[in-house]
Write a protein that binds this ligand. Structure first.
Ligand SMILES: *Cc1c(COP(=O)(O)O)cnc(C)c1O
Length: 347
């Protein structure tokens, strides 16, 4: 073993999709959000596994992300694009059979002029003020849009990971006011919205993070496993220091292992204090600062030197790391980077 490895458990991925599909309820379609290369885990392999599990509709952020996915999925499944129809996107939307989520009047005009009859959805802003048409814009455009090949009306929740937040009900009411009585499939819920209950499900749900094993889907099975090979071990005597800045000093002799990964692999330097790697179930504390390519770990508690230590396993999840780093599981996953040797298991 040379490079650090990232193993993606496709059976856990598809189990998470099925669980979120069941939670979405019968008669509701469950799509899959695989923007940012399936949250860093590989859009092609993830998309194919989910299509085999039954997903028929996928979402990406921008049209550039769709080429690899279309190649992996073949012509059948629908690929929706959150950023809509931007200048320069027309050829890709046409050639890859993409469905843009139209966000503004400008995008709407661009789309129907460039690709008349080509399907599209409309993204509505129900209060998040990030992407999508405001209620007044939609009111002005609605009759024109409904006369075209419109396939979806969608909006996004700002606070769905906080079930008691009043923003959820406010956005639900706003979305309903814009779409009740319109005969087009509707979608409001991502992972958090699915867990808010049936009032939020409409015709289609769009989970992302829950598929990949992250909060707020507490029942999710972990999907990403990360293992870091041990390059070298040494004894550090009491009084000796470890790493850049002499940031850690031994108070008793310890056995130290150096593993081949660092902040260039998404293991944020801010995690230096408090990060633990695992040999099976046994925690091994990181000592000193995380370097670009190397991490030093106290393995005094182990009876043998392991070939590798785990960063992400059944004990330590993306959310454990996120809490430690003061961020969210989404950012941990999408930070992992390109240097890992990727393996896919199952499915
Ligand atoms: C990222 C995203 C999703 C998926 O959200 P998760 O919280 O990862 O489930 C759904 N809809 C939109 C508009 C998004 O940007």
């Amino acid at each position: 073993m040379t490079a650090a490895s990232l193993t993606i458990d496709l059976d856990a991925l598809t189990a998470n999709w099925r669980a979120l599909d069941a939670a979405s309820g019968s008669g509701v379609e469950t799509a899959a959000v695989i923007k940012a290369g399936a949250y860093g885990l590989g859009a092609g392999r993830v998309g194919r596994a989910l299509a085999r599990a039954g997903a028929r509709r996928f979402f990406v952020a921008v049209t550039e992300e769709a080429a690899e996915l279309r190649e992996a999925l073949g012509p059948g499944p629908e690929i929706n694009v959150f950023s809509g129809h931007m200048a320069g996107d027309t050829d890709r939307i046409h050639d890859l059979h993409l469905t843009p989520m139209i966000n503004s009047i400008d995008q709407m005009l661009r789309h129907v002029e460039a690709l008349p009859g080509h399907p599209f959805g409309v993204q509505l802003d129900s209060g998040m003020n990030r992407l999508g048409m405001e209620p007044a814009e939609w009111a002005g455009l609605r009759d024109i849009a409904l006369a075209q090949n419109i396939t979806l009306l969608m909006s996004h929740l700002a606070c769905a990971d906080e079930p008691d937040h009043p923003m959820n009900a406010a956005q639900l009411a706003s979305f309903r006011a814009m779409t009740d009585g319109v005969d087009v499939p509707r979608s409001l819920a991502a992972t958090g919205g699915i867990l808010l209950g049936p009032a939020y499900h409409f015709d289609l749900t769009r989970p992302g993070i829950g598929l990949y094993g992250g909060a707020p889907f507490a029942q999710a099975q972990p999907v990403a496993h990360v293992s870091l090979p041990v390059i070298q071990t040494r004894v550090v005597e009491a009084g000796e220091t470890v790493g850049y800045g002499n940031a850690w000093t031994a108070t008793q002799p310890i056995r130290l292992a150096t593993v081949a990964a660092g902040y260039a692999d998404g293991i944020h330097r801010a995690l230096s204090r408090g990060l633990t790697l695992y040999a099976g179930d046994t925690p091994c504390p990181v000592r000193g600062r995380i370097s670009m390519d190397l991490i030093t770990v106290d393995i005094t508690g182990l009876s043998e030197t392991p070939a590798a230590l785990d960063l992400l396993n059944h004990v330590q999840t993306v959310d454990t790391l996120a809490d430690l780093a003061g961020t969210i599981g989404y950012e941990i996953l999408t930070s992992l980077g390109r240097r890992y040797q990727r393996r896919y298991s199952g499915a």
